[in-house]
Write a protein that binds this ligand. Structure first.
Ligand SMILES: [Zn+2]
Length: 304
């Protein structure tokens, strides 16, 4: 059974937005039972709440953006991955900018912040979403699938036209493996030739070797090198964990992804939410609606 958890005390950090390049202050505030994960963005008109419940994805260009009534919050995926990996289910996230701080490009600074606050078990079961039929979302050769399982597991493979990233594959099971050690420190990455193009589009203004791994023709430009030989695919797993947590509750299912990114990941979230015959919600260890047997047929969706 999953239990609801929050943090023990308020903690805060500051940084810059990867895309905006602007400063942002972030505060994590303990939240009562059944709050869920709620962003609270300070605006000139006062704080505006945006609850994470899967229905609010408004952008996936290089990061995941959620929003409600015109209030946008950009680059949510790394903090959400930290909350997923540490199984924090109730939290208020206050911020004074439209974009979360990129920190070092990984989820580790957020994990460190949460561990500094301490994790508070709340003694109440957390509803979980159990996948009961396979689903798949495709975009050309790229895809992400989820199939029934009593565990949450992510398998990911990436291929890029670069010798360093020609093929990387990794599998991770958050409950039995150590998210803090194996996934959280993996940083976001990009290719040198893309940086100029991104900046021309007003993106990655805050990007630097301090918060991203940059891959040039002859290898990684960061002096410190890689944190893991397969840091790239580990970061993709981190992104998938963050994006799937937009469902608003933990998920039981085995994910398999091939060259997937934020668009495919969040499309899978939308498909899951709209395909109510493909999952059941479990609370207190019991299914809230009758469980259906797994079907061989795969629900497939095409990203246009
Ligand atoms: Zn990322």
């Amino acid at each position: 059974m999953h239990l609801q958890q929050t943090i023990r005390k308020i903690v805060h950090c500051s940084g810059i937005g990867l895309h905006s390049g602007g400063p942002v202050n972030l505060r994590l505030v303990p939240a009562p039972i059944d709050t869920g994960i709620v962003f609270l963005r300070k605006t000139a008109k006062g704080p505006v709440p945006v609850k994470v419940d899967g229905t609010k994805v408004v952008g996936t260009l290089l990061c995941t953006t959620i929003g409600e009534n015109g209030t946008k919050i950009q680059t949510v995926e790394h903090l959400l991955a930290a909350l997923s990996g540490l199984q924090i289910t109730n939290l208020i996230i206050e911020l004074d900018s439209a974009e979360l701080p990129i920190m070092d490009g990984s989820a580790k600074p957020f994990v460190d912040l949460i561990l500094k606050a301490g994790i508070q078990a709340q003694g109440v079961s957390q509803p979980v979403l159990k996948i009961t039929r396979p689903m798949e979302v495709k975009d050309g050769e790229k895809w992400i699938r989820i199939r029934p399982s009593w565990k949450f597991r992510v398998n990911c493979t990436i291929r890029f036209d670069h010798p360093l990233l020609a093929h990387q594959s990794c599998s991770f099971e958050p409950v039995s493996e150590d998210f803090v050690e194996w996934i959280a420190p993996a940083r976001t990455f990009g290719f040198l030739e893309e940086v100029e193009a991104l900046r021309n589009h007003g993106l990655a203004r805050g990007g630097s070797l301090e918060n991203a791994v940059v891959v040039g023709p002859d290898g990684v430009l960061n002096k410190e090198g890689l944190r893991y030989a397969d840091e790239f695919v580990r970061h993709k797993i981190l992104d998938i964990m963050g994006d799937l947590s937009l469902l608003g509750m933990p998920i039981l299912g085995e994910v398999e992804a091939y060259c997937s990114g934020h668009q495919l990941n969040t499309t899978l979230v939308s498909e899951i939410l709209s395909s109510t015959d493909c999952w059941t919600m479990i609370k207190d260890g019991a299914s809230a609606v009758p469980m259906r047997p797994s079907a061989d047929s795969t629900i497939a969706a095409q990203v246009s």
